[in-house]
Design a protein around this ligand. Structure first.
Ligand code: UT7
Length: 323
């Protein structure tokens, strides 16, 4: 017998404002055609003025609690993956804790940019297996629209805002790859590549800053590293690509998603794709895709899921879990 961190509920929230590609084409030198063919993105959501990451995260958290039939005080911890916390400190996780009326436990942020949700899932699993917490809400929430340089057509068309949340709880498993819950994780970072994707502001500059990306270089690393980390995580779980029901990838670019699935020899009809509707929502993209995948009836209890992501750092990794 072994303890597993098993999913009990999932939920998401998208801000009301939807921005179609045509809106960009009307005000800068780009086109719906370019954005769609180079990235797969058709539209994205933007938070309203005064609507912040903790608001999006709290809405997703409430949806996940409702889905699981739980109250906020049934949680022991909140781990929020974000690079767009409302303020430098305190953590946006502690703001979410207050917003959902959770009066117990603890909350903190994890910062691994687009790979943040994978790192947060792994952190939550570690806390559950070590007995520090029995039930953990893992949230990915971002407002990347607040980091865009609206003069940089190569990046500003790609990102969107949103939030997703998953509740994990300790359950007994048999210790086999047939167990529900997280079966394996694989995490990496390499700070040598910090200049490929970063924000040129922060405490050292006195300004929030704007996102800067060498898209082509990040793309090259993404296809190679994502398939590698997904294979490594499957290996650790004693499974292969053939066992996978769903790849739920970070939603940055449809060409990266397709390239990774191809290398894993998993057909695209076993990949959850939301990039066309959400754009790249950084750490929120995987929990958003999980929640949408469940709502669409794609992901069902018992399905084997591989989730993988890469982003600024570079930081990348994968998690294998049975839903
Ligand atoms: O989530 C974190 C990880 N991030 C990613 O995974 C993003 C990875 N990178 C990508 O998704 C792709 O590299 C992009 C979508 C950013 C760009 O696609 P690409 O095929 O790598 O294009 P490129 O950067 O090589 O640019 C091709 C051309 C350039 O023109 P020239 O130099 O060939 O004349 C760009 O100036 O496309 C031009 N371009 C645009 N044209 C119209 C760049 N942005 C735009 C635009 N509209 N919005």
């Amino acid at each position: 017998m072994t303890i597993r961190a098993v999913v009990q509920g999932v939920g998401h929230y998208l801000p009301a404002r939807i921005v179609e590609n045509a809106e960009f084409a009307a005000k800068m030198d780009t086109s719906d055609e370019w954005i769609k063919t180079r990235s797969g993105i058709e539209r994205r959501h933007y938070a309203a003025e005064g609507e912040n990451t903790s608001d999006l995260g709290a809405a997703a958290a409430r949806a996940a609690l409702a889905h699981a039939g739980l109250q906020a005080d049934d949680l022991d911890a909140i781990i929020l993956a974000t690079s767009t916390a409302d303020l430098t400190f305190p953590s946006a996780a502690s703001m979410i804790q207050a917003k959902i009326g959770m009066s117990v436990g603890f909350a903190f942020d994890v910062q691994a940019v687009c790979a943040g949700f994978v790192f947060a899932l792994s952190t939550a699993q570690g806390m559950i297996l070590s007995g520090q917490a029995r039930r953990v809400m893992v949230i990915g929430a971002e407002t990347f629209s607040k980091l865009m340089d609206w003069e940089d057509r190569a990046s500003c068309v790609l990102f969107g805002d949103g939030a997703g949340a998953v509740i994990l709880a300790a359950e007994q498993g048999a210790g086999t790859s047939q167990d529900r819950g997280i079966l394996a994780t694989d995490l990496h970072s390499d700070g040598q590549f910090k200049d490929l994707l970063y924000v040129d502001g922060g405490v050292s500059t006195g300004q929030t800053g704007k996102l800067r990306m060498q898209g082509r270089e990040v793309f090259r690393h993404a296809v190679e590293k994502l398939a590698e980390t997904a294979h490594a995580a499957l290996d650790k779980a004693g499974l292969t690509g053939e066992d996978v029901n769903w790849i739920v990838p970070h939603q940055a670019n449809i060409r990266i998603i397709e390239g990774t699935a191809k290398r894993m020899q998993v057909p695209m009809d076993r990949v959850v794709v939301t990039v066309q509707d959400h754009g790249n929502t950084s750490a929120a993209s995987i929990p958003l895709a999980l929640s949408v995948g469940v709502a669409r009836g794609q992901i069902k209890r018992g399905d084997l899921i591989v989730t993988e992501a890469i982003g600024g750092g570079l930081a990348w990794g994968a998690v294998v879990l049975r839903w």
